[in-house]
Design a protein. Structure first.
Lengths: 693, 251
């Protein structure tokens, strides 16, 4: 062809050949580079990017799209599949019940003597839903938006929207189960307001909403236990997850009555074991609440996300003595009618601290209703993190109102004047009674004294949109996972998330995984992976029992708690966090060389249980401090004193920190590796949170 | 206001379900009256651990009076001498300096001792499993406001539902009857339209299970309601009897 053409054509042809060759070479080079990159990552053991598997499409259609296209398991195959659910709180019980109703065989574990005792039971105030029964302008979008904003723009949009979407189903479900929600005289459901919202969307059952919702889930679970679809293991504690060929295939658990360590197989493992707030020793969590299951998953490859996001609840009964074992929450619902204040004059505060003056004796004009003053639009109903910091600010300035100077007033005298004592009693009677029993003062006459305390952990095990961790077949639900609340959780949203995960999300998404497992036969628990996991657990127990030192578990736990509160609490600084890391290392050494556990390992042994949990709390404490040190910004419950506005509000650094920090375990003596899930806000514009106007 | 008291404790110790138990006596000094009863036991356990002895096993969890895990027969009363509280909410200010306090586990045939002050209350779970639920699956239920419920009924159901399943009623009863526990659940669900559908079958199934598990009969002494930490009312037992009789007549 070239012979027949002129010089110009020849040159053109040559150019074409050259370009083709160059393109091919470039393409090959690019491909080679990609392969090398992947190989390097593979060697490092890093996944290419953290893929949250968020479905395509507009926000409001993502969940419907997902459900329309996901894989399902047919009824005959469901019978052949086993699922382990650890935990029987709102998330665990609702998941276990729902999965069993669908036909899966469920093995359900709890550490208490009965599944009805999980700590969800202690939630007081209520549960949010976007029903708009009050006709006050609520909608799914508004609940979504309030939750995203409340979380200081550190949650995943798609998850939060789904949560708001299914919130209404939860209320329907609970009513159908016979949950006795509060009602109006016309017979319809009543609502109240909670922090961070300008609508009344909170459903409640007296001050015992968590109890009633949990008993609803427990009754559904009991029905399945009675039918034999759920095998219940109470007084069992999970001690490890068993991974075979990269997939979660079971757990190792200790029978807390006999002390025997046992192995359990399932096609998938679901963990709903709650938060890790007890790392602080004193918290509003139950005594047995712990973060050990999360740490076991973490050590087996699941990422631990945003460990530093812990919620400090503004309305708890203040610490009163060295013997104290836990802190008691006074429901946020009290902020509907109670007004928070400290004295305006420092000399009045001094007299209150000395006990020579009572709160009720201070005249109106000398009271500083600091939340109403600082945040006129939301007043006493600002989100928890804002209210907690404001209380700390006043107390740090010397205006605290009890003997330790670490308390503020929550006053109902106006509400009693306005509504009458009877109405206040009907609304909050059980909370007032609880306060009186603990503090020995009558809150109808003297204002309550409250102070912030650790209450909830937004951080937790990283999960994708399907609530699956970075280990295949290992799912994490409820407070134990990191999703939905960002850097701060709004009141009455924990119950919502627990039940959303358990009733309406996991039962769908787990099928997308299990659909590929239908041909996997039940495995023997004599496989080497099970034996190895059990041996490792046994070795840890033996090591602890062998220390035979001088200190009780609780004494070391208290020490850890103080370090956490002082340096990883409400106000964090670079220096403080570095101090915390050093101190925690020392506590770890002290624990492993000087703890004393009486009794035997193969028997009921409370001290051993506590020691196993504390060994993990120490690691969690370290991870929290590490994460807080890395996150050089203030957002939600994470307040770095270096990053605040001139008015003392949290100052985010969106350009640097708009990601979920995912910590990857790299061995006991190595520093964990930080991976990032970028949080792309497609539908909401990030703003500075404003509760002032 | 805070003070400190010295007390003597007589505590039931029992190594295991089959072991022979007995009382041990302990002296405790300087107990803050602001501490709860369980915090006082924590202090005792710390003391025992420091003497390299085994601490006392007792059930407890939320320490807010709602989970129902704590128990203890204190000076002859379930949850101690104070009214309408659980042991975890009982405070040492209810005791005097120099007091001797006797602490025992629940004594009931249906609640065997596991260790020391810990008992097995699995029987209560089994009663619920027999019928203490509304038979609805997740999903496919009507809108929450579809059926209006009179406020009075909803409030009454809530009062019945406040039972925490601690076992004090059966432990207090000279017959070891679980009637207050069973009636609280039967009442709660019978009062609501959602639970009404299965009310008869539920009453029969739960009573049958209670009998099978070795709980005694009710002779209306009222000790259960008097000792109930949540003040669940005796009228629930009347309602259960009504439901049960109606169901039997229909048979």
């Amino acid at each position: 062809m070239a012979k027949k053409t002129g010089k110009q054509e020849l040159a053109e042809a040559a150019e074409l050949v050259k370009n083709t060759v160059v393109d091919a070479v470039l393409e090959a080079k690019e491909k080679a580079e990609e392969v090398v990159k992947e190989a390097v990552k593979a060697i490092k053991g890093e996944t290419a990017t953290i893929d949250a598997k968020i479905p395509e499409g507009p926000l409001a259609e993502k969940w419907s799209n997902y459900k329309a296209h996901q894989k399902l398991v047919n009824p005959a195959n469901k019978r052949r599949l086993d699922v382990i659910v650890v935990g029987t709180g709102l998330a665990g019980a609702s998941a276990a019940a729902s999965l069993a109703e669908m036909g899966f065989n469920v093995l359900n574990f709890c550490i208490q003597d009965s599944p009805r005792r999980a700590h969800s039971i202690a939630a007081q105030g209520g549960i949010n839903a976007a029903k708009n029964y009050q006709n006050d302008g609520d909608s799914v979008y508004r609940l979504f938006y309030d939750t995203i904003k409340g979380g200081d723009y550190r949650a995943r949009e798609a998850n939060v929207y789904r949560l708001a979407e299914v919130s209404n189903n939860i209320i329907d479900q609970c009513v159908a189960q016979g949950v006795p929600f509060a009602r109006e005289y016309g017979g319809l459901l009543d609502n109240r307001s909670f922090g961070g919202a300008q609508v009344s969307r909170t459903f409640y059952a007296k001050g015992q909403t968590g109890q009633q919702l949990l008993l609803g889930a427990y009754s559904a679970l009991s029905r399945q236990i009675g039918k034999g679809k759920v095998k219940m293991y109470s007084r069992y504690e999970m001690l490890d997850v068993v991974v075979i060929d990269g997939r979660a295939r079971g757990i190792i658990a200790r029978n807390l009555v006999t002390g025997r360590v046992e192995r359990f197989f399932a096609h998938a493992v679901v963990v709903g074991t709650g938060g890790y707030g007890n790392a602080f020793f004193l918290s509003t969590n139950a005594m047995a609440s712990n973060g050990s299951a999360a740490m076991q998953m973490y050590r087996k490859g699941a990422y631990f996300a945003n460990p530093c996001y812990a919620q400090i609840h503004p309305t708890c009964i203040p610490v009163h003595g060295a013997f104290q074992s836990k802190l008691t929450l006074m429901s946020e619902s009290l902020r509907n009618d109670g007004r928070i204040w400290v004295p305006k004059k420092l000399e009045d505060a001094k007299k209150l601290q000395a006990g020579t003056l009572k709160g009720r004796d201070i005249p109106e004009e000398d009271r500083d209703y600091y939340l109403e003053r600082r945040y006129p639009a939301f007043g006493n109903l600002v989100p928890r993190d804002v209210a907690s910091r404001a209380a700390k600010e006043r107390c740090d300035a010397g205006y605290g109102v009890n003997s330790t100077g670490l308390a503020v007033f929550l006053d109902f005298s106006d509400a009693i004047k306005r509504l009458g004592k009877d109405v206040v009693e009907a609304k909050y009677g059980n909370l007032f009674q609880m306060y009186e029993k603990i503090v020995d003062e009558n809150p109808y006459e003297d204002p309550m004294m409250i102070f912030p305390a650790i209450h909830y952990t937004m951080g937790g095990i990283w999960v994708d949109y399907e609530l699956q961790t970075s280990v295949k077949g290992l799912f994490c639900i409820g407070e134990a996972n990191f999703s939905d609340h960002g850097a701060n959780r709004l009141g009455a949203s924990a119950l919502m998330q627990g039940l959303a995960d358990g009733y309406f999300v996991l039962p769908y998404t787990i099928q997308n995984y299990l659909a590929d497992q239908i041909s996997v036969p039940r495995m023997s628990t004599d496989l080497p992976e099970f034996v190895e996991a059990e041996n490792a657990v046994q070795a840890k127990i033996d090591k602890l029992m062998a220390v035979q030192g001088k200190r009780s578990v609780d004494s070391i736990h208290r020490e850890l708690g103080l370090v956490m509160w002082d340096f990883v609490g409400m106000g964090r600084t670079k220096e403080g966090l570095q101090t915390a890391l050093t101190k925690i290392k020392a506590i770890k050494k002290e624990f492993w060389s000087n703890v004393f556990i009486p009794g035997k390992a193969d028997d009921l042994n409370n001290e051993l249980e506590k020691a196993l949990r504390l060994s993990d709390f120490i690691e969690i404490g370290e991870l929290m401090a590490r994460d807080a040190l890395m996150r050089e910004e203030s957002c939600g419950g994470h307040f770095r004193e270096e990053y605040q506005t001139p008015e003392g509000e949290a100052l985010r650094q969106d350009d640097k920190f708009s990601f979920a920090s995912c910590w990857k375990y790299t061995g006991d003596d190595n520093e964990p590796e930080l991976l990032k899930e970028e949080l792309n806000y497609e539908f909401v514009k990030r703003q500075t949170r404003n509760y002032k106007s | 206001m805070e003070k400190a008291i010295n007390i003597t404790l007589k505590v039931w110790r029992q190594a295991g379900p089959k072991a022979k138990g007995g009382f041990e006596t302990y002296e405790l000094k300087n107990i803050s009256t602001d501490s709860s009863f369980l915090e006082m036991l924590d202090v005792l356990n710390e003391q025992l651990v420091s003497e390299r002895k085994e601490p006392i096993a007792f059930d407890h969890d939320c320490r807010e009076g709602i989970c129902g895990m704590c128990s203890l027969y204190i000076n002859g009363h379930p949850h101690g001498p104070d009214a309408a509280v659980t042991t975890c909410q009982l405070h040492m200010r209810k005791f005097k300096d120099g007091d001797t306090i006797t602490v025992e586990p629940w004594r009931s045939n249906a609640f065997p001792v596991i260790k020391d002050l810990m008992v097995d209350r699995g029987a209560y779970d089994k009663i619920i499993q027999a019928g203490g639920f509304v038979s609805v699956n997740t999903g496919g239920v009507p809108d929450a406001n579809a059926i209006p419920i009179p406020k009075k009924d909803a409030d009454e159901a809530m009062d019945a539902a406040s039972c925490i399943g601690c076992g004090a009623c059966a432990a207090a009863c000279k017959n070891g009857s679980a009637m207050l526990f069973v009636s609280a659940k039967v009442s709660q669900l019978a009062l609501l339209p959602q639970g009404r559908v299965e009310a008869a079958a539920r009453a029969k199934a739960m009573v049958a299970k209670m009998d099978e598990l070795g709980f005694g009969n009710c002779t209306n002494t009222g000790a259960c309601a008097a000792e109930c930490p949540k003040s669940v009312s005796l009228s629930n037992i009347a309602r259960l009897n009504r439901e049960f009789l109606c169901a039997k007549f229909k048979d």
